[in-house]
Design a protein around this ligand. Structure first.
Ligand SMILES: *Cc1c(COP(=O)(O)O)cnc(C)c1O
Length: 361
């Protein structure tokens, strides 16, 4: 068996150590005589798994006591709708910072429930940069301000957050969650689909402040769509994604054991620098977005032509590098180098890029 370097944007690589541990526990979880997949979510042993996952996440991120943690299903996509349904409910309007496909989808859903104000956008240059957040003007009656921190598709990332004062800031962190420290108290709500940087697909992690949970209590919505219902039931109003949560819990422990989020940020910077330094020095490859907006997780780049991009992808097979193709909406190339991508994977990719450049001079 040989593991390969998988540069997928998600579902993406998981730490080998975590997968091995899960494999060891597959048939018999710690003497229970069954797999975690086969367990009742109402059992004591599963309750311990989910409680420990939450406690470890709280420790890892430093989540203040006035925030709840939820493990839900429906992907990040369900949140595009749940957020306005639950939270665009005071003055029925919200401010959006538009940075591409993910905010576009979030706005389309939000429009069904109220007024969407785009207060900043990078659409004029095909989302190749991040709008300046300094001096942004917010509607003082906005129910929240919405943003997506790391845009997985273009490879852009905010380097600072808008100061929204009393207006809750809501952030889609799907593709950068746990890649660096998070100052939770700046946000009203943070959420992330697990399959990018945290665990298997099927789990969405939500960190939401108490006053926002309060906001949705009296709304006439189906039970599953209300945050307060999930809070009151400890993410077990219905059957949660039991195995996915167990895997996320293992990743939290791995992150704690390997030095936490400060350390992780340093490692991610080190990894991304190898790739960006090469892109900056290359006369052949070109980074796709502005320097100041570069993501540490999704590195987007191009050769001089679509034909050469295709040839590059074809040649990558020889080294067993997979999923280097850019998103279908942008074309080009993309290397997603989340937490679990080893530095050797990035070095190996750069050495293939050098070889390819040399051969096409
Ligand atoms: C992948 C992704 C989504 C969509 O996630 P699903 O789990 O497929 O719903 C939303 N936002 C961002 C930033 C993403 O990277």
């Amino acid at each position: 068996m040989a593991r390969i370097y998988n540069f997928s944007a998600g579902p993406a690589m998981l730490p080998e150590e975590v997968l091995k541990e899960a494999a060891e526990e597959m048939l018999d979880y710690r003497g229970c005589g069954m797999s975690v997949m086969e367990m009742s979510h109402r059992s004591k042993v599963y309750q311990q798994i989910i409680d420990e996952a939450e406690a470890d996440l709280r420790e890892l991120v430093g989540i203040p006591d006035n925030y709840r943690v939820l493990f839900l299903q429906g992907g990040a996509t369900l949140q595009f709708g749940m957020i306005p349904m639950n939270l665009m409910t005071v003055n029925k309007k919200a401010d959006f910072i538009h940075t591409g496909v993910w905010t576009k989808k979030a706005m389309a859903d939000a429009k069904l429930f109220g007024q969407v104000n785009v207060i900043a956008s990078s659409e004029d240059r095909k989302f190749a940069y991040i709008p300046d957040v300094k001096g942004l003007k917010f509607d003082k009656d906005a129910d929240y301000v919405y943003m997506c921190d790391n845009n997985t598709i273009y490879g852009t990332k905010f380097k600072e957050y808008p100061e929204t004062g009393n207006i809750p800031l809501i952030c889609d962190m799907s593709s950068c969650f746990l890649s660096e420290p998070i100052d939770v108290k700046k946000f009203g709500m943070i959420y992330a689909g697990a399959q990018k940087n945290v665990g298997p697909a099927g789990v969405t992690i939500i960190i939401i402040r108490d006053d926002l949970v309060e906001r949705c209590k009296d709304l006439a919505l189906p039970a599953y769509l209300k945050y307060n219902i999930h809070v009151e039931n400890g993410s077990m109003y219905n059957t949660p994604a039991t195995y996915g949560i167990y895997m996320c819990g293992k990743v939290f422990k791995w992150l704690l054991k390997t030095g936490g989020l400060e350390k992780r940020k340093k490692l991610n910077e080190e990894k991304a620098k190898i790739l960006y330094d090469y892109l900056d020095s290359s006369k052949f490859f070109k980074a796709s977005v502005d320097k100041e907006a570069r993501s540490l997780m999704n590195v987007t780049f191009r050769t001089p032509s679509d034909e050469l991009d295709a040839e590059f992808l074809d040649g990558a097979k020889k080294y067993k590098f997979t999923n280097l193709k850019g998103h279908r909406s942008t074309g080009g190339l993309r290397a997603s180098i989340y937490n679990a991508m080893p530095i050797d994977g990035v070095k190996a990719l750069v050495s293939y890029m050098k070889e390819f450049e040399e051969a096409h001079k």
